[in-house]
Design a protein around this ligand. Structure first.
Ligand code: NAD
Length: 462
């Protein structure tokens, strides 16, 4: 029996965006065989041919940007402005790796006994990419583009919720890449597991639970693996930060795209006495309350629906758990616009730092306020979850800003900037439960998708 993968528009669940057969384990093995054959020619063809093909894909994506953005809005409910920004980022990623294909390939070293000593990068072979739905074009591309640029073939297992975007992207790239070099394998967990079993290098983005399993499975096969996972990101508000300005920045960082970014602000840690905490909390309530959820295809809307009914239920359950343990719902709670999986941007406080909602990521428009006596307490709260993706810190005086930036345990730190959004050419990744393996993006990705060979070339004379 063939299993099918369906994706539906979160704002109009009656709108079936894709209905495709899931790839079986046998399909994945077959795809890997084809990919392995095609990869040899792709690698032998040289850097200029790879750069030309990727450059042509970048041009086509730029030309079809409006179509791409509309599909992102329709399939995952991303607000139109953010969807357009994601497509722009996807084009920039391709452009970056077009140039990177021509970049320095290795290093030379002084040989100890004459001759020449050098290193060179070589592709692993077939890259297995397992991706989430929330950046349905940018995440597949920030993995696939460096993998292809250094000479690998790609098997992409997209999230079921974003299968139409992945297929659209692969069709576009098939116009310029050799047939079989980049293949999309729709499916759920079983298909993902089969891709991990078939690949020579594995890159995963998604939840901590699945990422940890993928890392174990890949390591057992002794193939290189990286897993980028969730976060419970804190924004630390220092006593000299302007409350109104910071509240507007943090409301968007927490609630934009209905809080469905791994880098979304989940906790606001306010440093100061009771009066200061009240002042900042009131500013946050007003900024969050001003974010009215709406149809993500309408310009100006920043908060659309969450991706599925199950995702909405998780937020509803978390709000109920907050209330049950004496926490306060300051603004939001659950609201329903009648159709679509809408949840009102919700801010809570009064939770114990050990409470499950204080500790575990809820992937939706829910954030909590935590009060900190001083800087030490703020750093302890910011770092007091299993995760370590990103921290932001806000204020005027450089001393405390630098101290928090130095002391927190996260892979990314933002000073006077939202936790969300990192330049696509800089290394990206977290610490603790947020990441396993080397960083993504930029030059770090080129290193991950290749292995380094050291060549000693000695003179013939004995
Ligand atoms: P998910 O872990 O449920 O799924 C991710 C992918 O793994 C999907 O393609 C899924 O089908 C696949 N999968 C599921 N079970 C598998 C298995 N046993 N073996 C192999 N593959 C399997 O995550 P999601 O719900 O799609 O995305 C949301 C999560 O992603 C959040 O936790 C978010 O924080 C995280 N995320 C992290 C980053 C980052 O860079 N750190 C970026 C975006 C999203």
């Amino acid at each position: 029996m063939t299993t099918t993968i369906q994706s539906r528009s979160p704002q109009y669940p009656g709108d079936l965006v894709a209905d495709v057969p899931a790839a079986t384990a046998g399909d994945v093995r077959e795809a890997a065989g084809t990919a392995r054959t095609v990869q040899r020619d792709w690698w032998d063809g040289g850097a200029a041919a790879r750069a030309t093909a990727l450059g042509a894909a970048a041009r086509t994506l730029r030309e079809r940007a409006a179509e791409a953005a509309a599909l992102v809005v329709r399939e995952v409910g991303k607000p139109a402005g953010e969807a357009r920004a994601e497509v722009g980022r996807a084009v920039a990623i391709l452009d970056y790796y077009v140039q990177a294909a021509y970049g320095a390939w290795g290093e030379t070293y002084p040989p100890s006994a004459g001759g020449v000593l050098w290193t060179e990068r070589r592709p692993h072979g077939v890259a297995g990419l397992v991706t989430p739905w929330n950046f349905p074009l940018a995440i597949p591309l920030w993995k696939a583009a460096p993998a292809l640029a250094v000479g690998n073939a790609v098997l992409l297992k997209p999230s079921p919720e974003a299968v139409a975007c992945a297929t659209w992207l692969a069709d576009l790239m098939a116009e310029t890449l050799p047939a079989g070099l980049l293949q999309v394998l729709p499916g759920g967990a079983e298909t993902g597991e089969a891709v991990v079993r078939a690949a020579d290098v594995v890159s995963f983005t998604g939840s901590v639970t699945v990422g940890s399993e993928v890392a174990v499975a890949a390591t057992r096969r002794r193939v290189p693996v990286q897993a980028e996972m969730g976060g419970h990101n804190a924004a630390v508000v220092l006593p000299d930060a302007d409350p109104g300005m910071v509240a507007r920045v943090l409301a968007l960082a927490a609630m934009g795209f209905a809080g469905q970014k791994c880098t979304a602000t989940r906790r606001v840690v306010v440093v100061g006495g009771d009066a200061r905490v009240r002042e900042v909390t009131e500013a946050l309530v007003s900024a969050v309350g001003a974010l009215e959820p709406g149809d993500p295809s309408e310009d100006g809307v920043t908060v659309g629906p969450v991706v599925t009914e199950a995702a909405r239920d998780r937020v509803v359950d978390a709000v109920a758990a907050v209330r049950a343990s004496g926490g306060r719902v300051l603004v939001g709670g659950v609201g329903d616009r009648g159709r679509g999986w809408y949840v009102r941007p919700t801010l809570v406080d009064g939770l114990d730092p050990g409470h499950e909602v204080s500790q575990q990521e809820v992937f939706g428009p829910l954030a909590l306020v935590q009060a900190a006596r001083d800087l030490d307490h703020a750093v302890a709260l910011a770092d007091g979850t299993p995760y370590g993706l990103v921290t932001s810190v806000h204020g005027r005086d450089a001393g405390p800003l630098l101290e928090v930036a130095r002391r927190v345990r996260t892979g990314l730190v933002k000073v006077n900037a939202p936790t969300t959004g990192v330049d696509f050419y800089a290394p990206f990744g977290g610490e603790a439960a947020s990441s396993i393996g080397p960083r993504e993006q930029g030059r770090a990705a080129l290193d991950f998708y290749a292995s380094t060979r050291t060549v000693t070339f000695a003179p013939h004379a004995g």
